[in-house]
Design a protein around this ligand. Structure first.
Ligand SMILES: [Zn+2]
Ligand SMILES: [Zn+2]
Length: 278
């Protein structure tokens, strides 16, 4: 979940927290876009000198909702080769509950480095970077791990890239990093969750822990489609989902998570099944 500091999300943290209560959730983690060094893609993130303000905003929200909802500080940090040391220092400077690592192919700097004029090559380099983001050891969970399918969805064919995805997942499993099941993908170009059902199954087969996220950029999406997400994760072969506290991973059984979602006014809706949506 995000804050207005990233310049493309709307609503104050308290509005996200109110929505979380309406969704029946017990706990939320803000993961706004991290600062980056050297003016890296500044349009979509807080400035470095706003980082203390970000932490204050979350702390203020945590206090306001204490006893009703657990509000945790986290971060969505970009992975980009050459910035790892800077990011390690930033992450060491503060106590966070959960850090997502993201490979954002949409960024100008990213495209300048990795676009060599060929779609398949760009997809392959994306999954190589995704695996490298796990191997760098900075992140708890890899965010929206097939985001590249939104780049020319017409050219995205799972079968074509399955070996590339499998190789990346082998490296991620070896690194021990969790991966996100992000429910915002359905609102994007591909019209699918991130990852797809097939990739989720490949993650489950490798024992890669999975974390559910809404990636809310507006309060009304908090907890969006979490009931469906649990169905997908269950069918993929998982028996539990993971969450992070003080950057330690905990597991919650799918059954226990379902009971939380069942209290929801918004997240328990079941529109379609994995089979019909895949
Ligand atoms: Zn964003
Ligand atoms: Zn992202």
């Amino acid at each position: 979940m995000h804050t207005p500091l990233c310049k493309h999300a709307h609503g104050e943290p308290a509005a996200y927290a109110e929505q979380a209560l309406a969704a029946g959730l017990e706990r939320i983690t803000f993961t706004c876009h991290s600062p980056m060094p050297d003016g890296f893609w500044p349009e979509v993130r807080m400035d470095e000198d706003q980082f203390p303000l970000y932490l204050e905003m979350i702390e203020d929200c945590r206090r306001r909702f204490a006893g009703r909802l657990e509000v945790c500080p986290g971060l969505e940090a970009d992975f980009f080769p050459g910035t790892e040391d800077w990011m390690a220092r930033l992450l060491d400077s503060v106590e966070l509950d959960h850090v997502l690592g993201s490979v954002h192919w949409q960024g100008g700097e990213y495209q300048q480095r990795f676009w060599r004029g060929d779609h398949a090559d760009f997809v392959r380099s994306y999954f190589d970077q995704l695996a490298a983001s796990a191997e760098c050891g900075l992140f708890d969970t890899l965010a929206h791990p097939d985001l590249i399918k939104n780049f020319h969805p017409d050219l995205w064919h799972f079968d074509t890239f399955e070996p590339v995805i499998a190789a990346a997942l082998d490296r991620i499993a070896a690194a021990g990093t969790a991966m996100e099941f992000n429910t915002s993908g359905r609102n994007k170009l591909s019209g699918e969750f991130n990852p797809s059902a097939r990739m989720l199954g490949m993650m489950a087969a490798r024992g890669i822990p999975v974390v559910i996220g809404s990636d809310s950029h507006v309060p009304r999406r908090v907890g969006d489609a979490f009931g469906e997400a649990l169905d997908w994760i269950d069918r993929a072969g998982y028996s539990d989902v993971s969450l992070f506290r003080r950057r330690q991973r905990y597991q919650v059984s799918i059954e226990d998570a379902r009971q939380v979602v069942a209290r929801s006014a918004v997240g328990g809706s079941r529109r379609g099944s994995p089979a019909s949506a895949a």
